[in-house]
Ligand binder design. Sequence first.
Ligand code: 5GP
Ligand code: ZN
Length: 129
Amino acid sequence: MDCIFCKIINKEVPSHLVYEDEILKIFLDINPATNGECLIVPKNHFKTIMELDNETNEHILKIEKKLYLIFKEKLGCDGMTIMQNNDYGQEVPHFHIHLVPRYNKDMFRTTSDKDLLVDFENIINQLND
Ligand code: 5GP
Ligand code: ZN
């Protein structure tokens, strides 16, 4: 399969390895938002969250908690933003989670297009419709 993350998992493409076990591989993002941004990538080629199974998800949660402690201790981060894109906004169509270590006064931003924002009532009405 022509998937960059499958290739990294199979060692056909190099990566800076943070952690690996039988279920997943974690490596540094090639274009980090902050120092130490890494990607948690299940070894199975799931495309989006819709294909992810509960067992893998539970395993990921455990590893995220461990890594958060390690990143705080070793990288001195002050927080961690965890995010995951599905379909729109997803550059690599192999499920992965971004762990973004956060540092006091870092410039990490999630931007929003103010012109596309509707009021809160509108959102709740749409969700309950
Ligand atoms: P997405 O937009 O799919 O949520 O995020 C894909 C991420 O994968 C991006 O942050 C991008 O920098 C990273 N990425 C893309 N290609 C490679 C690669 O070949 N190696 C590594 N380490 N990261 C990559
Ligand atoms: Zn893949």
